[in-house]
Design a protein around this ligand. Structure first.
Ligand code: SAH
Length: 244
């Protein structure tokens, strides 16, 4: 009896952006686990048990997936985008670290198109030069660390992708992030709000950081802040390949 655990990314929303490798894994799965809206993207079929669960249940969900796999099931753990980017892959390895009985479970991690890349493609090439990605959720890290990373990213002149800019439980976080970046001298930089990219609700807005308002971002928004050389050409935004 050999089960397996595949940790897969479903991409940003459009079914065309689910990789063939991930589709093949889902076609062979006996069980799919994940946050409810992501599991809802997996079509039901006979022989497949869907296990949707709540946000913030990551460790419990990871333990459950490892247990099912150790019992011989072919389990797929789904995340949106890429499973290694602010998602379930790290939670599974965290659970594995504390559970030696599951160290022999066969595990694969399948990449997906992360929101940052889908958003960048819509805008042009804002990540064409050096960049970093910061998760604005202070659920698992204290806010002063987020502020420090924002300040240093600004100082290093990275383009910055912001995941989880806003949520009902953190109404002020993104407003504070904008304040930090304005205070760090980024007011003239280009900012892109990419909402629900590759879904029917997609909306892309481009403006300068000093014009940005906190309400422009919600949970389904990926924010990209350009570096100091980022420019616009027609409707496109790009980061030149050279830095001086
Ligand atoms: N693993 C995911 C990220 C999960 S964190 C990935 O690789 O994309 C959730 C955050 O991702 C959201 O708050 C939002 O900032 C971003 N996000 C996910 N899907 C998105 C989409 N279709 N459009 C814009 N942002 C998205």
């Amino acid at each position: 009896m050999t089960g397996s655990l595949t940790i897969a990314g479903l991409g940003p929303g459009d079914a065309a952006l689910v990789t063939p490798e991930v589709s093949a894994a889902l076609a062979c799965a006996t069980d799919v686990l994940g946050y409810t809206p992501y599991v809802a993207r997996v079509p039901a079929r006979e022989g497949l048990t869907l296990h949707p669960s709540d946000n913030r249940m990551e460790l419990q969900r990871a333990g459950e997936a490892l247990r099912l796999a150790s019992e011989g099931r072919d389990v797929v753990m789904v995340s949106s985008g890429d499973p290694g980017v602010f998602a379930m892959a790290a939670a599974v390895f965290e659970a594995l670290e504390t559970a030696p009985q599951w160290h022999d479970v066969s595990i694969r991690v399948l990449p997906g198109v992360t929101a940052m890349l889908a958003a960048a493609a819509r805008a042009g090439a804002p990540l064409g030069h050096d960049f970093c990605a910061i998760n604005l959720s202070d659920n698992l890290k204290p806010w002063p660390i987020i502020e420090k990373r924002l300040r240093l990213a600004a100082e290093a002149d990275f383009a910055i992708a912001l995941y989880n800019p806003s949520s009902a439980s953190r109404p002020d976080g993104f407003a504070r992030a904008l304040e930090v970046l304005n205070a760090a001298g980024c007011g003239a930089r280009t900012i892109i709000f990419a909402h629900a990219v590759t879904t029917p609700k997609e909306r892309i807005e481009v403006l300068s950081l000093q014009e940005a308002r906190a309400e422009m971002a919600d949970m389904a928004t990926l924010v990209i802040i350009g570096n100091s050389a980022t420019r616009r050409v027609g409707r496109w935004v790009y980061a030149p390949r050279r830095a001086s």
